[in-house]
Design a protein around this ligand. Sequence first.
Ligand code: 3EB
Length: 415
Amino acid sequence: MVSENKKFEHHFYKVNGCGCVYSLVDNKGIIHLNAVISPDKEGDCQSQTFSVLKRLHAILEKERMLGSVAHQTVFLRNIGDKQLVRKLMIDYYGDNLPVITYVPQCPCDKDLFLVIEVHAIHGETKRVRFLRHDEHAITIDYSNISIGYFGDLIPDEKPVGAYHRAFNSFAKMRDILDKNGFSITNLLRTWIYQGNILLSEGKTQRYKELNRARTVFFEGTRFLENLVPETIQRTVYPASTGIGSDDVDVRLSAMAIQTQRKDVLAIPLENPEQTPAFDYGEVYSPQSPKFSRAMAVSYDDCCSIYVSGTASIINSETVFIDDIEGQTNQTLDNIKALISGDNMKKHGIEGYDAYLNNFCSARVYIKYPSDVEKVRAICEKKMGNTPVVYTISDICRDDLLVEIEGVVSCQRLAK
Ligand code: 3EB
């Protein structure tokens, strides 16, 4: 079944098999599997969900990782299918249900009702302890580090307007962190899916209202204080994606980390070619988007970089207007510069280097279906056989045509 099983680096493999692409990272006995799984194109949503689960099961069985899925994102053509898919997921996983976020974004592949992105963790030599709290929260402990995934966070019925709905969803995120032994200060990465993101609301815009809510909500919070080196003087924000979705509402998911270990570092990365988003001028949003371009986490000679949604922006301006290939190349160049050994060194992370083929998994959000093949050709050329989700969605600026994010893994270079 495996057409290619390429040894990429000592600890990093990418595999074409079971009808999809997945990556395996071995971090000294802790194995991380990242897979993007599309179904067989035939049939309705139910049969496609079965198809996805069959492929997933084959991968997990082959890699001896059954029962190890920690979190999953399901991208849905029709969010109305959520309860159908959710039931099939619950039936399949049983007691090992991961945190699952259902995102209303249409897969770029024609005829697909869904695509899933899966992250599984397994202890080959070390112990991994899963605490599956419920569908929305999981904590995973290994190597004296505790990771939390929180998903499908949706605001209450009552709040009205983009500001209050976003604020309430952030409040729900804080509540679920608190309830599960974490705190808002442990936040490493957020995903914000906002329906009608570009739409105006009164004299302002829904995305700007979201930024106002996030600014007020994050005010005074000192993120990851005990993991960020003292050399980083500025205010630290989590990595993030703020992206459109085919919905009228907002929903969130999040990742958090905490540990008492002194050798675990969390370092916010900025891009030398881009104005930090939190310093953007008022034209973009009176209260700037409070996120870092990436968060790097390093320990035990391994470094994972959680790359925020990245677009074709230089300084603060969109470049390559109406040029999809230009925007895709610029976006990948921005990520390349962000994760480069030089940039890591500038931020105090010595002895690492990372390239676009170090992505364990990535997501590519494309505004127009007619651009999909052009974007895909460039991404496949530059990211190799990385597992990638391609979906259709609005980006938070009207002139942006594509946005890319993902997780990068690299190992300390030999001296
Ligand atoms: C940009 O660079 C593109 O609002 O959380 C990227 C990643 C973007 C995250 C967010 C927005 C967000 O400004 C937009």
